[in-house]
Design a protein around this ligand. Structure first.
Ligand SMILES: *[C@@H]1O[C@H](CO)[C@@H](O)[C@H](O)[C@H]1NC(C)=O
Ligand SMILES: *[C@@H]1O[C@H](CO)[C@@H](O)[C@H](O)[C@H]1NC(C)=O
Ligand SMILES: *[C@@H]1O[C@H](CO)[C@@H](O)[C@H](O)[C@H]1NC(C)=O
Ligand SMILES: *[C@@H]1O[C@H](CO)[C@@H](O)[C@H](O)[C@H]1NC(C)=O
Ligand SMILES: *[C@@H]1O[C@H](CO)[C@@H](O)[C@H](O)[C@H]1NC(C)=O
Ligand SMILES: *[C@@H]1O[C@H](CO)[C@@H](O)[C@H](O)[C@H]1NC(C)=O
Ligand SMILES: *[C@@H]1O[C@H](CO)[C@@H](O)[C@H](O)[C@H]1NC(C)=O
Ligand SMILES: *[C@@H]1O[C@H](CO)[C@@H](O)[C@H](O)[C@H]1NC(C)=O
Ligand SMILES: *[C@@H]1O[C@H](CO)[C@@H](O)[C@H](O)[C@H]1NC(C)=O
Ligand SMILES: *[C@@H]1O[C@H](CO)[C@@H](O)[C@H](O)[C@H]1NC(C)=O
Ligand SMILES: [Cu+2]
Length: 588
């Protein structure tokens, strides 16, 4: 199978700051061999230069993508293997043998086509890939959630996703089958678009992740048990772009463990760098900082914001922030980049701090920084920065909602001793063989109670406002598929009925929900489909913390769904007719 690489040839631009090369497929992230990232992909541009012509961040709705007519092709094989990102060797599941998985790049308005082969054996597992934060408008079947939008890709089967880069900025993709992504199925996805801020270089994706030495199946079993000792599953390390040394003297069972390296980045003092921070964790919040520096946040998720300065960038799982960083001082200097999980309040982590090295241009490759950490202020609520600080650059005001919906999250031990999360009284459980979107396409809305389908039918309402009340003492990073949401209010306790920045509230696709707190969000129902709304903490999602928001079913009926969707279910039906699926969790 040939990887289509015709687009990697980079034309040298006249602006010297922006010359960059990048070779997809090479797993060089976090090494000094990694290239800078370009301001946009220069092959297949439109005749008049910039792929987005005269659109700028302030005159064009970021959801109104130009039509480039270009498709970016990727060819993925998902397989088991062994890897030691932090020095400790463990079983992993990887894409094309790479960790982190290959970075996907496109220009705003391009199509992205990803052929996925499920080669997971010993034992076999289903799989699927989700493209976090992309709207999938008119392609809701390619959202990649088994039991919601597709049947799992059966072992030995192949499935090709094809969707639009319908918005621009930084995101990631990951497996959505059980908690499988924590085994290594996480990669960055960058969509180049207009920039509302000036910077010199793009350092590219910086993935912040907790790392478990146990396999995900054991973690899920523990978390969902009624044994408090097992419920508390700790990650072993915190890695940045797949690297971070582990203290091998902690290994007592003979597992191979060797000294691993820190991720490294090379910068020149005086230049301004863009860092694309992504929390790709399974269980932990990330609090990012660079010793002694202020960082300027310029985008949250896919939404450009009016820049503001901060020392610590808070990211719940699934959230992204693009930040600007301007190193100053001695050209032989070096400084620590850190991400802290705030163990106990926002994570269960044995090594809560991940570090990487920023080397200035004349520092030798083996320089170890001597800088001091920015003091931590952990208020225990794991909340995002106040909503009044995060003002979208392209303004948009929510209309009066046509329906308001309340959702309450509770934590329950069911009668057979499984710890679960309920949404409005029911834990979600996937029926892999009957995806809700495909049933809706056949006008079937009868969801038998067992297993728990957790469907909320919003019909043809024009705009929905949802008030989520977290009736338990743990925080949740809540993620909505198919949309971004106006986040009208968040906080501790119940909503007081007020809206922050009603003319232009913060928009994003993932928002942190505080312990015993609320978030109130709204979105317009302009995207027929079935969209998951769930906690992105993998172990909570496994424990049922999810609902499916059915949007405009009458329009779903009209879709001509590609034949591959049916074929994938036939392959899964045949596979499950001969193999029992040991579904220990919600399935997504
Ligand atoms: C919009 O952005 C362009 C370039 O990014 C700038 O020249 C122009 O002044 C901006 N307009 C407004 C109204 O901010
Ligand atoms: C590594 O772990 C060992 C065993 O617990 C401990 O004695 C040692 O201090 C640790 N080293 C570091 C650098 O944390
Ligand atoms: C960071 O920002 C704070 C508050 O704006 C300011 O007082 C401080 O001098 C800045 N620090 C650096 C290193 O720029
Ligand atoms: C730059 O830093 C290096 C290493 O820390 C130090 O040896 C050198 O004296 C510094 N130079 C200046 C001009 O501060
Ligand atoms: C945001 O709101 C808080 C109170 O909730 C207030 O203290 C702060 O000054 C406000 N910040 C801005 C930028 O409006
Ligand atoms: C949602 O809950 C609030 C109280 O928090 C209540 O006033 C309102 O009537 C509820 N709305 C619906 C649609 O149930
Ligand atoms: C309790 O939850 C587990 C995990 O979802 C499920 O397998 C089991 O059937 C549930 N027990 C009952 C009685 O519903
Ligand atoms: C769960 O554990 C608690 C505390 O040990 C116990 O009281 C309760 O009966 C257990 N529930 C089930 C269903 O096993
Ligand atoms: C609708 O789908 C459910 C779940 O697969 C199935 O049990 C039911 O028979 C279907 N109803 C009709 C009318 O096809
Ligand atoms: C709006 O959503 C509510 C809540 O799900 C639903 O009961 C109602 O039928 C919907 N209205 C329309 C016009 O579809
Ligand atoms: Cu959660």
């Amino acid at each position: 199978m040939t990887f289509i690489r015709n687009w990697i040839f980079i034309i040298a631009l006249s602006i010297p700051c922006c010359i960059a090369t990048f070779f997809p497929g090479d797993s060089l992230l976090g090494t000094l061999g990694a290239s800078l990232f370009p301001p946009f992909l220069t092959n297949n541009p439109l005749p008049d230069g910039f792929p987005w012509k005269l659109c700028s961040a302030n005159n064009t709705d970021p959801k109104d993508a130009p039509n480039t007519g270009v498709t970016r092709y990727y060819d993925f094989t998902i397989k088991r293997g062994k890897a030691a990102p932090d020095g400790y060797e463990k079983e992993v599941i990887l894409i094309n043998g790479e960790f982190p998985a290959p970075t996907i790049e496109a220009n705003w308005g391009d199509w992205i086509e990803v052929k996925v082969k499920n080669a997971i054996t010993g034992p076999e597992e289903g799989t699927s890939l989700h493209w976090h934060g992309l709207f999938q408008k008119e392609t809701p079947w390619y959202d990649g959630v088994p039991s919601i939008t597709q049947c799992p890709i059966a072992p030995r089967a192949t499935f090709t996703y094809r969707f639009r880069a319908d918005v621009y900025g930084t995101t990631w993709y990951h497996a959505h089958y059980s908690a499988q992504y924590s085994a290594g199925l996480t990669g960055a996805l960058i969509i180049y678009g207009p920039s509302h801020v000036q910077y010199d270089e793009d350092l590219g994706p910086i993935m912040l992740q907790d790392w478990y030495h146990k396999d995900y199946y054991s973690v899920v079993e523990g978390v969902m048990s009624n044994d408090t000792a097992l419920q508390e599953q700790y990650s072993d390390n915190t890695i940045i772009n797949g690297r971070m040394p582990y203290n091998c003297s902690l290994v007592t069972d003979g597992t191979p463990c060797s000294q691993s390296t820190y991720s490294k980045f090379r910068v020149t003092p005086g230049k301004t760098y863009k860092l694309r921070l992504i929390n790709t964790a399974a269980g932990g919040w990330q609090h990012f900082s660079i010793d002694g520096y202020n960082l300027t946040i310029v985008a949250n998720d896919f939404v450009a914001i009016h820049p503001y300065s901060t020392k610590i960038v808070t990211l719940g799982i699934g959230q992204r922030s693009d930040v600007l960083f301007t190193p100053t001082g001695n050209a032989t200097g070096a400084v620590w980049m850190r991400t802290n999980q705030y163990a106990d309040s926002c994570a269960r982590a044995l090594q809560p701090e991940g570090k990487a090295i920023i080397l200035y241009d004349k520092a030798s490759e083996d320089t170890i920084p001597a800088t001091e950490a920015t003091p931590i202020v952990d208020d225990g609520t794991c909340r995002n920065d106040p909503l009044n600080m995060t003002v979208p650059y392209y303004p948009s005001a929510p209309p009066e909602p046509s329906v308001t919906y309340n959702i309450t999250i509770t934590q329950v031990v069911n009668s057979t001793g499984h710890k679960l999360f309920y949404m409005n009284g029911s834990p979600f459980q996937a029926n892999y063989n009957n995806p809700i979107l495909l049933l809706a396409n056949e006008r079937n809305y009868s969801y038998p109670y067992d297993p728990q389908w957790n469907v909320i039918n919003l019909g043809s309402n024009s705009s929905v406002r949802i008030n989520v009340w977290n009736d338990n003492f743990v925080p949740h990073p809540m993620h909505l598929h198919g949309h971004d949401m106006w986040v009208l209010h968040d906080g501790l306790g119940q909503w007081d009925g007020t809206i922050v920045n009603p003319e232009n509230p913060q928009r994003r696709d993932t928002q942190n929900l505080a312990p015993n707190g609320h978030i109130v969000f709204q979105y317009n129902l302009d995207n027929p489909g079935v969209w998951l709304f769930h906690c992105h903490l993998a172990w909570h999602l496994s424990s049922g913390l999810s609902v499916s928001l059915l949007e405009r079913p009458k329009e779903i009926n009209q879709f001509q769904i590609p034949f591959i969707m049916t074929q994938t279910c036939v392959e899964w039906d045949i596979y499950t007719a001969f193999n029992t699926i040991d579904q220990i969790d919600s399935g997504v």
